[in-house]
Every structure is written in C-alpha cells, then in structure tokens.
Design a protein around this ligand. Structure first.
Ligand SMILES: Cc1cc2nc3c(=O)[nH]c(=O)nc-3n(C[C@H](O)[C@H](O)[C@H](O)COP(=O)(O)OP(=O)(O)OC[C@H]3O[C@@H](n4cnc5c(N)ncnc54)[C@H](O)[C@@H]3O)c2cc1C
Length: 415
C-alpha cells in the first residue's frame, strides 16, 4: 500500500520504520527539515517508570498556583483562545485520582513494548547511545519523600518490582564526590536513556536506506475524502494520492485534525534544554529533581543535558529565558557546586510537547476517516513511547491484533 506519514518526529519515523518493514511504500511529509523538532533536544528517557499521566489532581493545583510565576516549572500562558479554554476544561475534568489509576497500566504496557523495540534496534546496530542505568527521582523535602514512597509502592504493584527507595547515604555512594542537597531518591532500575539527537539522525539515515521517501519542507495542508476514505492529500508541493494516512505531526496535530473535520484536543507544552560539554557537574546516571521538576541526563561521559519546564503556550509566543534560569536555579538548589551562567538564546534548545487533554496519547483509527490512523499526543513521553507507537501503528494498518489493548488511547474519545 501507499502510505503517507505526516510528521518526521520520533513518532512519524518509528511508524515509517515498521510500515516499510511490512512492505509498504512509505512517504514521510514534514513541514520543516526535521532536524530540530521536539524529538531532538529532550531528556532522552526511555522509561517504563513514567506511568503517571500529565493530567493529575496535583498538577491542576500547582498550575493555578504557579500561573503567574515566570520561573516556575509549570506555566499556563493566560490568553483568550477558545481551543485553550476547551482543552483546559477537558484537562481539569480528566485530572482525577481514578484517571491516574486507570492510566497506569496502559502507560506501563506501551512503555515496555517501546523499550523492548529500542533495545532491539540497539542490538541490531542502530547507533543512539542507548544505556540501561536506571533513573533516579531525587526528593528534597519531606513531602517529596512521602510522595516518592507512594510511587515506589505503586511501581512495585504494577510489576516494576526493581524499584527502590535510596537513603541519602546510598544516593551519595552512587555519585561520589558530588555534593547534593537531598533526602533520598527513587531508583527505577527498569529505565534506560539515549542521546535523542543521535537516535533521530541514525533512524533517519536507516529509513533512507530502507527506501522510505522523505518530503522535507512540504507541509500537509489538508485532505480530501469520499465515503469516509481519504483519497487525496494536499501538501505545499501539490496533491498526492495515498491508500492510508498516519497523522503524527506532534503538537501541530490538533489543528491539522481540525482541518480534516476531527476533534483532537491538543496544546503545545513548551520545554527547554541546555546541553553542555565538560561541565563540572558530570553525573553517571540520569535523574529527575522532584521538587524542581528538572531532568538531568548524562548523554555520554562528557555531555550533560539539563531540561524541563512545561509552558502551555502557543507556537508563536517567543521563548522566555527566565524559564531557562528557573531550570538552572533548580539544579543549583540540589547541587550547590553547580555553576552555570544563563546561556544566550541561540545556545538554548526548546521544543513543543504534544499535550493531549488527558495526558494519554491518541493512537488508533478515526471514526470519521477510516483510512486515517492517529499517532500523537504523547506529551512528555513521546520519545519513550515512540518505537512502541510505531509498532502499534503498523499493526493497525495491517488490521492485525495489537500487542496491547489500545482502547485507552482511542483518538475519538473527545468527540
Ligand atoms: C524539555 C523536554 C524534555 C523531554 N524529555 C523527554 C524524555 O526524556 N522522554 C520522553 O519520552 N519524552 C520527552 N519529551 C517529550 C518528547 O520530546 C515528545 O513527546 C516527542 O518528541 C514528540 O514527538 P512527535 O514525533 O510526536 O512530535 P515532534 O518531534 O514535534 O515532530 C512532529 C513533526 O511534525 C511536523 N509537522 C507539523 N505540522 C506539519 C504539517 N502540517 N505537515 C507535515 N509535517 C508537520 C513538524 O515539523 C515536526 O517535525 C521531552 C520534551 C521536552 C520539551
């Protein structure tokens, strides 16, 4: 079959990989050159431990409290935008304890499928510096420790039994010589990490070898359909005929879906990262600073990445360096010897997480257009869930049973 994949981020490329392996003729369209989308500068975690969706009761409380603080890790830019208001109402409605409970198993399952797929790619020779060293979640306050202990128990009950709470002394022993203000940390042995920029470049090169066609700088503008079947895809370059279409345009998927007459609540969640060589703070394991909501990744033995913040904003709003200062301040609060001046804007990376209205991805066929498969909305987990999503997309296109029950990811769930 002739298949169009809209979007050349990790979700689009992973889908293209499995579709091409199944013998299809795959074309990837991207609005840009595909060299700096959200799948590049992220923290690189491939993490079954992240079974808590973005939409939680706690995040709504924090969002309201931090709304006016330009350095806080979570920020919703107040603006009169009907799509934002609708998304916000759906988000608040989804952010219940019951939702958090129900989302855990599906998020764990897709993450495990995905992690195995990445391990297979790594073993097959794809170069993306995959390392399996676990992930630390470091807590500084009593409340942070209490919450962390609850997560340890929940992880174990979900079968992620290799999860433990480390005391401050155990933590110090893991990073000898590094001064740290912390009470202790969760260690998720199940997690891995990679160098996402290298993953994207290697995967792209491999897809070219596999025979995938790329149409860079060729934005898709809409589709034409008859009797619920897309027959023509309109792009900047002109009109093209395809048998099946995969929508994987990241945070832009909501507006593209709207142009196709579909409802896919989505907001861009901007985050920032700074990558430095030979910094005095060179850790051996990736870690999340719980109260600072910052991710630290040793991408390799001499390169550290510091990233974070969730800024619900529009793609047009200029980036804010105050948020990067917030990241650096949070690192300093945990590692007192950390010293890094605020970099100039051109040394800062930022990207837009595709945030669905309930923190779960949209994966599946749409009711309105039967030959369209959605693969988007992975928010802060797109890299981790990328390879697994690609597998599921190929199974959906082939009308085969999927490796897991994907009903929680139903793209029609909001209308
Ligand atoms: C600071 C930060 C840290 C993060 N850390 C992690 C992490 O450690 N682990 C993890 O799992 N996730 C992480 N994430 C989230 C992850 O990066 C995203 O979820 C993921 O990259 C989304 O991938 P995607 O393919 O859906 O979208 P993208 O990578 O944004 O790709 C979408 C592509 O679609 C293209 N496009 C848009 N519109 C059109 C159109 N009309 N026609 C054609 N193409 C179009 C765009 O140009 C873009 O190239 C992080 C994100 C940030 C910001």
């Amino acid at each position: 079959m002739k298949i169009a994949v809209i979007g050349g981020g990790i979700i689009g490329l992973s889908s293209a990989h499995y579709l091409q392996l199944d013998g299809h003729q795959v074309t990837v369209f991207d609005a840009g050159d595909g060299l700096d989308n959200c799948s590049y500068g992220n923290a690189g975690y491939i993490c079954p431990s992240h079974f808590i969706p973005l939409a939680t009761p706690g995040i709504v409380r924090k969002g309201l409290r931090w709304m006016w603080n330009s350095r806080s890790s979570l920020y919703v830019e107040p603006r009169l935008d009907w799509d934002l208001i609708k998304w916000g109402l759906l988000f608040m409605r989804s952010a219940t304890s019951k939702h958090v409970h129900n989302a855990a198993a599906p998020l764990r399952d897709i993450a495990l499928i995905s992690q195995q797929a990445y391990i297979d790619w790594h073993e097959a020779g794809l170069d993306f510096e995959y390392q399996h060293k676990g992930l630390l979640e470091i807590a500084q306050t009593e409340a942070g420790e209490y919450h962390a202990q609850e997560i340890v128990a929940r992880a174990i009950s979900l079968g992620l039994v290799d999860t433990e709470w480390l005391s401050k002394d155990q933590l110090d022993a893991m990073e000898p010589g590094v001064r740290m203000n912390a009470r202790g940390a969760i260690l998720f042995h199940c997690d891995g990490h990679c160098y996402p920029n290298h993953l994207m470049k290697s995967l792209r090169a491999q897809l070219l070898n596999q025979g995938v066609t790329f149409r860079w700088n060729d934005a898709v503008t809409g589709v034409e359909a008859t009797k619920k079947q897309i027959h023509t895809l309109h792009a900047q370059s002109g009109s093209h005929a395809f048998d099946q279409v995969v929508l994987a345009a990241g945070s832009w998927s909501g507006s593209l879906a709207k142009s196709m007459g579909l409802t896919l609540p989505m907001m861009p969640g901007r985050g920032y990262s700074v990558t430095v060589e030979n910094n005095a703070l060179q850790l051996t394991r990736p870690s999340i600073l719980v109260e600072g909501r910052v991710a630290l990744t040793p991408l390799n033995s001499s390169t550290m990445r510091f990233g974070g913040t969730m800024e619900i904003t529009s793609h047009q709003t200029p980036p804010r360096l105050s948020r990067v200062q917030g990241i650096l301040d949070a690192v300093k609060g945990f590692y007192p010897d950390f010293d890094m001046p605020l970099p100039a804007l051109d040394k800062v990376w930022y990207g837009y997480r595709p945030c669905s209205a309930d923190g779960l991805p949209y994966i599946g066929r749409t009711q309105r257009l039967e030959n369209l498969v959605m693969a988007t909305g992975h928010a802060m987990l797109g890299l981790s869930l990328g390879a697994g999503t690609g597998k599921l997309v190929a199974q959906l296109i082939a009308h085969k049973p999927t490796d897991m029950d994907i009903r929680p990811f139903n793209p029609n769930r909001f209308g």
